[in-house]
Design a protein around this ligand. Structure first.
Ligand code: DGL
Length: 289
């Protein structure tokens, strides 16, 4: 049997898997690194098949399971599904299929309901997230006395995926989504997609101080900490936190993942291009051939 010290050494070496449809999960990775600097991380961006917000439910569940299984095969001890869309559509199903604990993400409707003074809040998320039963239940549970203005963020994931976080076109697109919320008296904006925290500068340029932005990435990192502790999987804090490694993987060429990680996380790491085939992508490829 392993001693507690050798078990701790094993936990230190085993990574946490973090996955998103693309680059958005980097906002969660940023929060996880800040809170749990000793954890090794393997990050997968499924950029080849992003955005998920335009995919059907079966496609999203198929990709989430395939990437989860791939991360388990890489030795991941826990999985953060750092994608609201994938969580909304598939976390319950994937949880029953994987042998490791999962942490999902969901729009911060509860903190918005706690904070809003005007009792009007906007939620910006993908269409798939907004129409999911999970999101509807979240609103019913936490926002019965809050007017919730739901706005699909069409085009925003695509902008972040091409590293556009502040072009005039993007700001104009955002203004079209946010101005009606401001006009309706919203004082709180839920960033219900992990890509959107990277647009906070552009959003601020439109809403100024009139809205509080709700980003759940820090809460997700805390939830991961609780889950790792609960399962006895937390890595010991290293004296030199910078020694913990981040492995960046992409199903696309990875150039944008590398650029955004360097610009926004000050993380200069090479990106591995990985193949993670799944039932639906095999069908896509055989249709294209
Ligand atoms: N970051 C994903 C989310 O939180 C984006 C989904 C997409 O690819 O449309 O929902």
């Amino acid at each position: 049997m392993n001693s507690p010290a050798s078990q701790q050494a094993i936990s230190n070496a085993i990574p946490v898997g973090i996955f998103d449809s693309g680059l958005g999960g980097l906002s969660v990775l940023r929060a996880v690194r800040a809170l749990l600097p000793a954890e090794q991380i393997v990050y997968v961006a499924d950029s080849r098949y992003a955005p998920y917000g335009q995919r059907d439910d079966d496609f999203i569940a198929d990709r989430t399971l395939a990437i989860g299984e791939w991360l388990v095969a890489q030795g991941a001890k826990a999985l953060v599904v750092a994608c609201n869309t994938a969580t909304a559509q598939s976390i319950e199903f994937v949880r029953t299929r994987l042998p490791i604990p999962l942490v999902g993400v969901e729009p911060g409707v509860k903190p918005a309901a706690q904070q809003s003074k005007s009792r009007v809040a906007g939620v910006l998320a993908t269409q798939v997230t907004l129409r999911s039963a999970r999101f509807q239940a979240l609103v019913e549970r936490h926002a019965d006395d809050l007017r919730v203005l739901c706005q699909p963020g069409h085009g925003l994931v695509e902008a972040v995926e091409r590293c556009d976080i502040d072009s005039p076109e993007l700001v104009a697109l955002l203004r079209g989504y946010l101005q009606p919320m401001l006009d309706a008296g919203a004082d709180t904006l839920v960033l219900g997609c992990t890509h959107y925290p990277f647009l906070d500068g552009a959003i601020r340029s439109i809403v100024g101080k009139r809205m509080t932005l709700v980003d759940t990435s820090v809460a997700i990192a805390r939830q991961l900490e609780r889950v790792l502790d609960h399962h006895g999987l937390r890595a010991a804090q290293a004296g030199d936190a910078s020694c913990a490694g981040v492995r960046l993987c992409s199903t696309s060429d990875g150039a944008h993942l590398r650029a955004l990680a360097a610009a926004l996380l000050k993380l200069d790491a090479p990106v591995e291009r990985v193949q993670i085939p799944s039932r639906r992508t095999r069908e896509l490829e055989s249709d294209a051939a």
